[in-house]
Design a binder for this molecule. Sequence first.
Ligand SMILES: Cc1ncc(COP(=O)(O)O)c(C=O)c1O
Length: 376
Amino acid sequence: MNWEKYYDLYPVNKELIWLNNCGTTPTGKPILDSVKNFLDAYSQKGIFTEVEKYVQLKKNISETIANLISASPDEIGIVHNTSEGMNFLSHEFCFEKDDEILLMENEYPSNVYPFEHWQSHGVKLKFIPLADNPEKFFHNLVTTVTKKTKLISISLVHWCTGMPLPITQIGEYCKSQNIELIIDGAQGVGLVPVDVKKMNISSMVFPAWKWLLGPLGLGVIYNKKENLEKRIPIFKGQNSVINADEYLPYKSDWKKGADRYEYSTSSMSDWVYFKSSLNMLNEIGFQNVQNRIYELVDYFGVLLKENGFEISKDNFSEKTGILSVTKNGLDLNKKIQTLKDNGIICALRLGRIRFAPHIYNSKEQFHKVIEVLTRR
Ligand SMILES: Cc1ncc(COP(=O)(O)O)c(C=O)c1O
């Protein structure tokens, strides 16, 4: 694989060393070209342009995502972000007083706030204590569950430490206890293998702009067929119903698939962006993409350890693309500022520096990072 090609396709490499790809990702040239082409055509023929058509775009995005996570395209809807998708899911349930929803300690707010409204109905939100390895986390989860637990909503990969959660094991356990499992896939989809059926994931939501290199403000909701058959969304808009393009008379039949969550006019240019990033990754092969990210992280991890840094990923049983690092005696706030002043973009999370490379980064860039990190 010619990875240099992807280095060259990302203009950000001329300006910065972008190692915050589990935060947001800059635009690559093929994506820029697709969006430019679309907007050019849109300026000439508006919605009648043949360059991109809504139905085809939708098909392309949902089929690629469905293949990636082993779902059916009908179970995939395009939303705006994780918070929106989680709110959709949360409001579809019928919990009773004293039922329990389990979330993860220090979870990203998008997988916490959408469930808070349940507290006013007497439903308890409980937090599974964090752990520094998957085995301990599973133990913490099992010991937090009670007979009242109805739902667990947790991340695929932890957003601060980069730890892949043991979802297959958790999914099996949830199935045996009749507990519904929702996954926030933000930090994991595109980075770690996901099979929603094998993992017993009931629903999942994730944004486009991290490992999938898509646009800000688009996300994906997966909801399994059985859920779509028995629940309806909290929002109903022009596009929620069968035969939506015939505006009158009003319709009562919901769309059968997860496209019911695309409740009204969508942002076509963002969809074009997303289709383009997904096509690029699909052409490389998602497995190759994941392996390249692991290779970069392993390479960087060795350099960091040689220079006295401690890295969290050494405690994990599965591969990750996120390095959470620290070093005794290092002033992390000062260091992160120095990194930024030197054009190196990363994040400070839970008292550690978080680096997340993607396929367009190069190994040479890590040497520059080490030089700045170890500079006195
Ligand atoms: C675990 C997790 N969930 C969700 C998100 C993004 O949330 P939203 O899509 O609502 O902006 C992030 C972003 O960093 C995240 O780390």
